[in-house]
Design a protein around this ligand. Structure first.
Ligand code: HEM
Length: 528
């Protein structure tokens, strides 16, 4: 009896020593790393927003993940800087910047030193595979080169616009017209996603998913969205490799990532198999899938089904989400600023007729010609400057990052170490008073017009909606949809909505955007 008591006593004593020792050690470490993750070195030359002992910024990032773009902007403003550094336990060391000189440097001048990096590759490999968003070097280059045969002016003008117009017509007749007659509200954001999904799946895979014809979400779209959200969540959860299996174990009723991936793969591989058979029988296609089927990869071999799946799905993501979001935020801005909506309508009525809408190639050309500031005789606002302004405030890719292969010094003097990440933030950049002036957070399309009434050309590294590129073709497709909707309808926002973004890799609306639809009676032209 006595010996049992003695062994219990020594067990408790040992446990007490271990607990006390650990607490003391953690306390000492917390003194050494009061705001930084444990064992992280200081980075004194750059402002640091601060954090918690031993974990650094990780808790703040996880706590603010739903509003992460606003959180980053607040950090830039609180620290009164264009560049800071971020560090959280389990998260790579990152330089975070909105300085246009730095952005120009990583995206252009020293492009070769900055790659997509293991964080993106690890968290998105199941979804993106080796597609354009997830690849570097030669794999990235051959995809860009092959795609350039599809993404050219002629194809956009003649084929893309035709496909867009056809889906817009369907959307108008089967959704907006019915809503206008019934008076029932609609979720505009949801409709835009369906419209761009139908359009881009057709342009990429030559297939119809008929999202607009389906009341709920089609399974492909549900799974596609779930996978993208999952990738985004991994960026703000350094423990995802542990938490994801645990969640699956504790909540077996939730649809698994594996299931969502299987839905996407079944669709993609099904289309690819069918296409191979069609091509073998001599059928001809002009879409992205067929283009890549006749191309060769970096090994100079024909692409496997898996490579084709990766390539084409990446393009669906590229076109579908960005365009749906740009359209949704544009109409949000117009509905909250009738002055601009009215000005754009004047411009549209001046240039676009019903006949033009029946001739997609001609419509494309006219819209392209409307790009200059004085497109409107009574005021200076135009569609193009308004879309630029929307994308300044609501960039479809609000944050992005690259991984440094070698040590480097950014133009503002920041030292980047090998394996650091450099994050740049179009959301914060567009709203920074240091970059866009005191009225940075206001929607003011006229800021894009010079005193001489010309279009103000801001450098791509200052207006980073397209990062280093100028995707004029992509913008034109969005403009085609805006024109067709603006001519035909007035939309009215339902009151008391919380219209805000959802944290994701792109900028979806978290709660959608509910609207009433009315036919535009004050149009000067006849209704179709
Ligand atoms: C308003 C609409 C759009 C916006 C704001 C937008 C924005 C962007 C941005 C910021 C990137 C860089 C992403 C990164 O490097 O991680 C990007 C890449 C890309 N976008 Fe768009 N985009 C739009 C529409 C489109 C459309 C309609 C297409 C054509 C289907 C398209 C095709 C691509 C492709 C292929 C890439 C990858 C380029 C590369 O890595 O070289 N985008 N886009």
């Amino acid at each position: 009896m006595t010996s049992i008591k003695r062994s219990q006593h020594s067990y408790l004593q040992t446990a007490g020593f271990i607990t006390g020792g650990t607490t003391l050690l953690l306390g000492l470490l917390a003194l050494k790393y009061p705001e930084r993750p444990i064992f992280a070195e200081r980075h004194d030359e750059l402002p640091y927003p601060g954090g918690y002992p031993l974990v650094g910024m990780a808790l703040d990032i996880m706590k603010n993940k739903e509003t992460i773009h606003c959180f980053f902007l607040q950090v830039f403003e609180n620290l009164n800087t264009l560049t800071w550094y971020g560090r959280g336990i389990g998260m790579p060391r990152s330089v975070v910047t909105i300085d246009p000189r730095n952005i120009e440097h990583i995206l252009k001048s020293n492009f070769e030193n900055y790659v997509k990096g293991p964080m993106l590759n690890d968290s998105s490999m199941e979804l993106l595979g080796h597609g354009i968003f997830n690849s570097n070097g030669d794999v990235w280059r051959y995809q860009r080169k092959t795609a350039s045969h599809i993404f050219n002016v002629k194809n956009f003008r003649d084929n893309f616009t035709k496909t867009f117009i056809r889906h817009i017509r369907y959307m108008n007749e089967h959704i907006f017209d019915l809503a206008a007659e019934s008076g029932h509200p609609l979720d505009f954001h949801d409709i835009m996603y369906k419209f761009t999904l139908d359009s881009f799946v057709e342009l990429s895979f030559g297939e119809e998913v008929r999202a607009l014809a389906t009341k709920d979400k089609v399974p492909f779209a549900s799974s596609f969205d779930a996978c993208q959200l999952n990738v985004a969540q991994r960026f703000v959860n350094p423990m995802y490799k542990l938490t994801e299996p645990l969640t699956a174990w504790f909540m077996p009723w939730r649809t698994s990532l594996k299931h969502h991936l299987a839905v996407i793969d079944d669709f993609a591989f099904g289309v690819i198999d069918k296409r191979r058979q069609d091509l073998a029988m001599g059928q001809e296609y002009g879409d992205l899938l067929s283009r890549f089927m006749t191309a060769t990869n970096v090994k100079n071999e024909q692409l496997s089904n898996k490579e084709l799946r990766d390539v084409v799905l990446n393009f669906v993501i590229a076109g579908r989400d960005t365009t749906a979001q740009a359209l949704s935020w544009t109409f949000y801005c117009l509905l909250t600023d009738p002055r601009v909506e009215h000005a754009l309508l004047e411009e549209v009525n001046l240039h676009i007729t019903d006949d033009l809408e029946n001739d997609p190639a001609a419509l494309y050309e006219v819209i392209k010609g409307m790009k200059y500031a004085n497109a409107n005789p009574t005021n200076n606002l135009s569609l193009l400057v308004s879309l630029k302004e929307v994308l300044r405030l609501y960039p479809s890719v609000p944050e992005n990052q690259k991984y440094a292969l070698n040590e480097d010094i950014l133009p503002d003097g920041t030292r980047v170490k090998k394996n650091d990440y450099v994050i740049w933030c179009p959301w914060s950049q567009g709203r920074s008073t240091k970059i866009w002036g005191e009225d940075a957070k206001e929607f003011k399309p006229e800021r894009w017009i010079t005193d001489e009434n010309d279009l103000r050309n801001e450098p791509a590294a200052k207006w980073t909606a397209f990062h280093a590129g100028r995707q004029n073709l992509a913008t034109l497709e969005a403009l085609v949809a805006i024109v067709c909707l603006l001519r035909r309808y007035t939309f009215e926002l339902l009151p008391d909505q919380d219209i805000t973004y959802q944290y994701s890799l792109t900028l979806p609306m978290k709660n959608g955007m509910k609207i009433y639809v009315h036919h535009r009676r004050d149009r000067t032209m006849t209704q179709q």
